[in-house]
Design a protein around this ligand. Structure first.
Ligand SMILES: Cc1cc2nc3c(=O)[nH]c(=O)nc-3n(C[C@H](O)[C@H](O)[C@H](O)COP(=O)(O)OP(=O)(O)OC[C@H]3O[C@@H](n4cnc5c(N)ncnc54)[C@H](O)[C@@H]3O)c2cc1C
Length: 427
């Protein structure tokens, strides 16, 4: 079994059990030696604790998650136990201080995210929603009672969360949402929530749904913690969205609210407008910037192995051909740059000096480069790329989703363009 991340040291993990990417960390004692798994020696920027956390997360993901993912993806199945396992290791809400959370650095949290997405973006999505979007939101904006009630159980993966912002008619422009919170007509001290949210990760299995809705008194967006167990029949439905062609190892669904009674005490007390959801999204987007590089690194490792083994023309491994080498060189360079940028923003985030535009920049860049390079690397597998056993097609399909959700890349371009020029490109 694995131990919680703060009590686990690097030495406690058997070297044989470690994935190749992790053995690489231990290997480069001489910085001038080129290591294709960490070309710019990003490991030298990490603390001992961060390295140990990364090793624990990578070992768990490679040993426990990887063997499950192919079948889960084929069956479009998400095993709830994964969040419990992560909870036991302290991987959930890892940056939160107190409430049985690990309280680690943002870089450590990024390394966990990278380890999970090296296996599958769907598993990372399930974790990000729990950790960054819901637990992070409660920690940042919740009352003391809300924190005490939800965070310790969520940290253990015993209570699952979902984050409902996107609506069928309002995705990139959530400020135009139609979901409302009005005084409940019959229940004193309750609000009545009505509206529909769509494309919501974890919604079919979530116990607590953080729903963003317009508050009747002000017309401004507020956050509400909807507890499934407290909703009368017919007021909350969370049907799954089936037959996805990406992120199939994670569950996605709708949230349908029909005069759903929610105690006024379950509303976030102070935050209003888009600052609430966007603050949560900032943390999750930071995680996506890390995670997509994990997926890209897995594509690189798989492609390198395949290219060294596959022989074409006079018995040569295709890795010998310059066009194949260029594909690996491009992808490896983007992965290395993406990691360094994520570490830098993580360090700034720890000091409270990360501007949201920095996170837009690394989310957009790392998602775009991971998607672009994974599509190119897929070509190296020839016809075998079409078989799901080679894993690369799964990453490609997943990475399309990561480029789309939490601000599609073009939307992040607009955010950056506005910050660069001082001019609002859209309303
Ligand atoms: C698998 C999955 C899981 C998800 N999980 C969640 C979740 O847990 N919670 C949640 O709230 N949401 C979730 N989402 C929703 C996701 O965040 C939205 O799909 C995303 O924000 C885009 O919104 P949309 O799909 O409505 O696209 P649209 O907003 O309709 O955009 C379509 C295209 O138009 C472009 N576009 C839109 N406006 C402009 C403009 N002004 N200028 C230029 N181009 C523009 C976009 O860039 C995009 O390319 C998830 C989505 C998926 C696919």
């Amino acid at each position: 079994m694995y131990r919680p991340i703060l009590r686990q040291s690097a030495k406690q993990l058997s070297c044989a059990a470690r994935p190749a990417a992790i053995r690489g960390y231990a290997a480069h004692t001489t910085p001038q030696q080129f290591n294709w798994e960490d070309p710019l020696n990003s490991a030298s920027l990490l603390t001992e604790e961060e390295l140990a956390i990364s090793e624990t997360a990578e070992a768990y993901c490679q040993e426990r998650m990887l063997p499950r993912v192919l079948q889960a993806y084929r069956d479009e199945h998400y095993d709830k136990k994964i969040l419990e396992e992560m909870g036991e290791l302290g991987l959930l809400g890892a940056t939160i201080k107190g409430y049985d959370c690990a309280g680690v650095s943002n870089v450590a949290s990024g390394l966990i995210t990278k380890a999970v997405e090296r296996v599958d973006s769907g598993y990372r999505s399930g974790m990000s929603v729990q950790s960054s979007l819901v637990m992070g939101g409660i920690d940042e904006f919740g009352t003391q009672e809300q924190k005490d009630k939800f965070l310790p159980k969520m940290a253990k993966g015993k209570l699952l969360g979902a984050f409902g912002l996107t609506e069928p008619n309002h995705g990139s422009d959530p400020g135009s949402m139609e979901t409302t919170a009005k005084p409940h007509p019959t229940k004193k001290g309750y609000l009545s929530l009505s509206g529909a949210k769509t494309w919501i990760t974890n919604s079919p299995i979530a116990d607590v749904l953080l729903v963003w809705a317009k508050y009747h008194e002000t017309g401004k967006i507020r956050g509400f913690l909807v507890e499934r167990s407290e909703c009368p029949p017919g007021t909350l439905e969370t049907p799954p969205i089936k037959n996805k062609n990406g992120l199939r190892a994670s569950l996605t669904g709708m949230i349908q609210l029909d005069e759903c009674p929610v105690p006024a005490a379950n509303m976030f007390p102070d935050v209003e407008g888009l600052r609430g959801p966007f603050t949560c999204l900032n943390s999750a987007r930071f995680g996506i910037a890390w995670g997509t590089i994990g997926a890209l690194e897995d594509c690189i490792a798989r492609t390198r192995t395949y290219a060294l083994e596959r022989k074409q023309f006079k018995g040569n491994p295709i890795a010998k051909y310059q066009l194949v080498q260029k594909k690996l060189a491009d992808a490896t360079t983007d992965a290395a740059f993406g990691t360094l940028a994520a570490i830098q923003v993580g360090r700034l985030k720890d000091k409270g000096e990360a501007a949201p535009e920095m996170i837009s920049m690394i989310k957009r860049q790392n998602c775009d480069r991971a998607l672009f390079n994974s599509r190119i690397l897929q070509e190296v597998f020839g016809g075998n790329a079409v078989s799901d056993e080679y894993g690369i097609g799964r990453h490609v399909a997943n990475l399309f989703v990561t480029q789309t959700y939490e601000g599609q890349s073009d939307i992040h371009s607009l955010i950056l363009g506005r910050a660069i020029t001082g001019l609002q490109a859209f309303v």
